[in-house]
Design a protein around this ligand. Structure first.
Ligand SMILES: *[C@@H]1O[C@H](CO)[C@@H](O)[C@H](O)[C@H]1NC(C)=O
Ligand SMILES: *[C@@H]1O[C@H](CO)[C@@H](O)[C@H](O)[C@H]1NC(C)=O
Ligand SMILES: *[C@@H]1O[C@H](CO)[C@@H](O)[C@H](O)[C@H]1NC(C)=O
Ligand SMILES: *[C@@H]1O[C@H](CO)[C@@H](O)[C@H](O)[C@H]1NC(C)=O
Length: 443
């Protein structure tokens, strides 16, 4: 016998209840204003010097740890090893996100009996790279549900689910080898239409801007997607200290692998010269420009722990630093650094040890690197510090790569609305640090 259908009154009640629930849900959605900004805490891992964060993704939600990659086109997440989610969707060829990706491959076919995350037909293929190996793979672009924390710029706010989900490329086990412990992929924040900042900005309707404040200690720093305010204790609104310089395009990709004619998604700025203690260093100006092959220029990177300079630039800056720092006593080198000094007798200032200042000239403005960002303490005695800049080689693709140590305790704001980069130089000047965000959830 067939199961008896419910009595008419019962089904009417059920329909009314459903109607009521969906109205209540719609009410909730409309009565809650969209968040103006999204917050991610960022930690530096001492073993790998990678900056990591955790997002909650999939259905059911699971925490997914990712290494921050400032210049990558899109986030990527390992889809092998038990990716289970009822809301996983491949980005199909011709769909909105595939169009926003601009460069893609739509020829892929997956020869498996059944589709699964990372293996669907007619999907928008993208390259994803692990710059630490370095290697790249080709994977399908996808979306999945994600829940993130909103913020008013002062404290964490309520959690919000991202309308339409977040976009990422499906990665594979081998790509995760050199990532921080338990990291499942990388958080691409580059200047593309499918990077996390772009996707969050269009999902929530806030400006395509984000502030990044990396901590120099074990305490968490922050990335805040959306415009300021960005408050750090004790009550400093730090976006007021930003100075801006244009973000300039590089027409040729600098990634491990890319499509033909694909531009770079990295953030390049126009460094036109370098001074040490106010004195100009003589450099080959051609190296500071980005040439037709996409070589040269200056970019920011969170996957390089220390700034890299092409060999001739490196030599010239080191020579100038030593000339200005005659009072510093050299000690033996400690890898990866060449120039190390005895800290005994070196004065200390609000912005770190009293060493020559390195100034990146940016047309109208300049970014000064003070002791806290130029020097790295090595060993446990506190007696040795090294100049935290590394020789990038004579064949360096990008002449200057500003690395993590030089970005720490500086607020940088990527402003894609005005195609400019805001930077504060050292926040220690203003008696605060990137570890000073108030992570207490406001009542
Ligand atoms: C993809 O298409 C090919 C060729 O039509 C088919 O053999 C294969 O089963 C499909 N794969 C999936 C995962 O649907
Ligand atoms: C970089 O600055 C130099 C010197 O001011 C200028 O000539 C050049 O056009 C700038 N490059 C870009 C891409 O804006
Ligand atoms: C640094 O200098 C002090 C004082 O001259 C000396 O005692 C110490 O051993 C030196 N440390 C190193 C690492 O050279
Ligand atoms: C951090 O934020 C909470 C919630 O707004 C507030 O009660 C607390 O006083 C703040 N802490 C500091 C040190 O300002």
């Amino acid at each position: 016998m067939a199961a008896s259908s419910p009595a008419p009154t019962q089904s009417l009640l059920a329909v009314l209840l459903l109607l009521f629930l969906s109205l209540a849900h719609a009410q909730e959605l409309t009565s809650r204003p969209k968040p103006k900004a999204i917050l991610l805490p960022v930690r530096k891992e001492s073993a790998t010097l990678q900056y990591t964060t955790t997002i909650r993704q999939r259905t059911p939600l699971v925490p997914v740890k990712l290494t921050v990659d400032l210049g990558a086109k899109s986030p990527w997440v390992n889809c092998q090893g038990g990716y289970v989610s009822s809301t996983y969707k491949p980005v199909l060829c011709g769909s909105k996100f595939c169009q926003l990706a601009l460069f893609n491959s739509c020829s892929s076919t997956c020869y498996q009996p059944r589709p699964e995350p990372g293996c669907n037909n007619n999907t928008c293929g993208q390259y994803e790279s692990d710059p630490f190996i370095p290697t790249a793979y080709y994977g399908e672009l996808s979306t999945d549900a994600a829940v993130l924390r909103s913020t008013d710029g002062k404290n964490p706010g309520r959690t919000v689910s991202v309308p339409g989900g977040i976009v990422f490329t499906c990665g594979f086990d081998p790509l995760t080898q050199k990532l921080a412990k338990n990291a499942k992929g990388m958080l691409g924040l580059g200047r593309s239409g499918i990077s996390l900042p772009s996707v969050l900005s269009s999902a929530f309707g806030f400006p395509n801007k984000f502030g990044m404040c990396l901590s120099s200690t074990r305490s968490r720093g922050v990335i805040i997607f959306g415009d300021g305010p960005y408050f750090l204790q004790p009550g400093k609104e730090v976006s007021q200290y930003l100075t801006y310089t244009p973000l300039i395009p590089n027409p040729v990709s600098t990634a491990v692998l890319a499509f033909l004619d694909e531009p770079s998604w990295d953030y390049f700025i126009n460094v036109t010269g370098i001074k040490v203690n106010g004195k100009a260093v003589s450099l080959n100006p051609a190296l500071l420009k980005i040439n037709d092959a996409g070589n040269g220029g200056t970019k920011l990177s969170t996957v390089n722990p220390y700034t890299l300079m092409e060999t001739s630039i490196y030599r010239a800056v080191m020579k100038a630093f030593l000339a200005e720092g005659k009072y510093l006593k050299r000690v033996s080198s400690v890898k990866p650094f060449e120039y190390c000094f005895n800290t005994t007798g070196v004065g200390s200032t609000r912005v770190g040890p009293a060493v020559p200042q390195i100034e990146l000239l940016l047309g109208g403005s300049s970014w000064i690197i003070f002791g806290a960002n130029s020097m790295v303490y090595v060993g446990n005695s506190g007696e040795t510090m090294c100049l935290g800049i590394v020789d990038g080689g004579t064949d360096a693709r990008t002449s200057i790569v500003i690395g993590g140590h030089q970005l720490e305790d500086n607020l940088v704001q990527v402003d894609m609305v005005n195609k400019r980069l805001g930077f504060t130089s050292s926040l220690l000047f203003y008696q605060t640090t990137c570890a000073n965000f108030n992570f207490t959830v406001a009542a």
